[in-house]
Design a protein around this ligand. Structure first.
Ligand SMILES: CC(C)(COP(=O)(O)OP(=O)(O)OC[C@H]1O[C@@H](n2cnc3c(N)ncnc32)[C@H](O)[C@@H]1OP(=O)(O)O)[C@@H](O)C(=O)NCCC(=O)NCCS
Length: 323
């Protein structure tokens, strides 16, 4: 059977780092509160000329280099983002143009912080369905541009960045020993849509709007949702937490990450954590974390890797893959 195998990974961050200490000059907050409640120590903030598409392009080029491929080898681009450069066209076609590609096809998926998990699952379905052979899957965000910088309950949590994977069709045996995406487990429940949302949009206010969140409500649901989809992915493949080499969670909050790992019996040494460095970069957080841990040699060929996320909607999901 056809499997979607990771051939390359890449990441890009804005030049400007914003530390918790600097955040103290912007809103009534302090480093201790932010670190204790979230684990975040700094985040990157896009400056002039840095956009979701420019960061996504840089991450994509890094992933292509790593895969020893060029844009000519790619036939599909999927970008997970909630902060597109424009309402339309899709950021994916913007990146397609920046890469000088006139062939293939490109589109965005919007599942907020779960976007990258949805995008990998989508790319895998297209590849297995024969619609594409090589895909660039990108998570790219500039959440700094939709934050209310007077609201200390949200503006300290988020940051900007991008990450990308190259997925390629490869023949597998159909067992969990295969390299590539082994299963995906996606969920959403729009009943929770008003707990984490943006209060504007083209069809309602005609404005971009700002991020609004009931933090405590999100926190309350997060661990249960995340552990449910991970257990679903384990059950679908006959694997357990003991088989896992790496958990790469969405980097929203250290307490949610630790709570989920503990509930699943996954030791913290097997959990990739970058929330301290990047803050919550929404759909970019998982590919940024992957690039960090694969880049420093922790994630190696043959490793069993679980990606998981939850976010606005609510949306949540997990992908199990062999690196
Ligand atoms: C946002 C979050 C860190 C807040 O932590 P919390 O323990 O729930 O804190 P609360 O909202 O109950 O606020 C506690 C106090 O801290 C204050 N506070 C809020 N933000 C603050 C900040 N940045 N700095 C200092 N104090 C702050 C509150 O005003 C409140 O003060 P009060 O008790 O005097 O009213 C936590 O709810 C959370 O992590 N939620 C999940 C968010 C998330 O990950 N979202 C993305 C999902 S993709």
């Amino acid at each position: 059977m056809i499997r979607s195998v990771v051939r390359g990974f890449g990441a890009a961050l804005p030049k400007r780092v914003l530390t918790n200490r600097e955040m103290e000059d912007i809103v009534e907050t302090n480093d201790e509160w932010i670190v204790q409640r979230t684990g975040i120590r700094q985040r990157y903030i896009a400056g002039e000329g840095e956009t979701t598409a420019s960061l996504g392009e840089a991450a994509a080029r890094a992933a292509l280099d790593r895969a020893k491929l060029t844009p000519a080898d790619i036939d599909m681009i999927i970008v997970a983002t909630s902060t597109p450069d424009n309402t339309f066209p899709a950021t994916a076609v913007n990146i397609q143009a920046r890469l000088g590609m006139h062939h293939g096809f490109a589109f965005d998926v919007q599942a907020v912080c779960t976007g990258f998990v949805y995008a990998v699952a989508t790319a895998d379905a297209y590849i297995r369905g024969g619609l594409a052979r090589r895909a660039l899957v990108i998570g790219a965000e500039t959440f700094s541009r939709i934050l209310d910088w007077t609201d200390r309950t949200t503006c300290v949590l988020f940051g900007d960045g991008a990450g990308a994977l190259v997925l390629e069709a490869a023949e597998g045996k159909g067992t969990i020993a295969d390299r590539g995406v082994l299963t995906a487990n996606l969920r959403s429940d729009g009943a929770h849509r008003d707990k984490l949302y943006v209060d504007g949009g083209p069809s309602t206010t005609g404005t971009v709007g700002h991020l609004r969140m009931e933090g405590r409500e999100v926190f309350k649901h997060a661990v249960g949702m995340v552990t449910d989809v991970i257990e679903g992915a384990f059950n679908a493949t006959g694997t357990t937490a003991d088989d896992l080499d790496w958990l790469v969670p969405h980097q929203a909050n250290r307490r949610i990450i630790d709570g989920s790992a503990r509930k699943l019996g996954i030791p913290l040494e097997k959990v990739v954590v970058t929330v301290d460095l990047h803050g919550n970069t929404s759909a970019a957080s998982i590919p940024l974390a992957i690039a960090t841990a694969a880049g420093d040699g922790r994630i190696k060929e043959g490793d069993l890797v679980m990606l998981e996320a939850m976010g606005g909607g609510f949306t949540w999901g997990a992908v199990l893959l062999r690196w």
